[in-house]
Write a protein of this length. Structure first.
Length: 73
């Protein structure tokens, strides 16, 4: 792909998968549309409560394409 979906934050913080259950998956370069109600994901609010907002260092490894190209945000 020649672009990055900026809103895609999978794994941006170490506890991401504890909070977001059933994240939208990419298969063969295409986002899979979930068939669950709403956005198709569940948020574990009890776990989210343990992580109140604070600025975090963003791990932007997703901003580098497989060929090493750095994506311009």
């Amino acid at each position: 792909p020649n672009h990055l979906i900026q809103e895609e934050m999978v794994g941006a913080v170490p506890w991401y998968f504890e909070v977001v259950k059933g994240p939208i998956r990419m298969v063969d370069g295409c986002w899979q549309v979930p068939d669950a109600p709403g956005l198709g994901v569940e948020v574990d609010e009890a776990v989210a409560d343990r992580h109140p907002y604070r600025p975090e260092v963003m791990h932007t490894t997703n901003a580098v394409l497989a060929d090493g190209t750095i994506v311009d945000w």
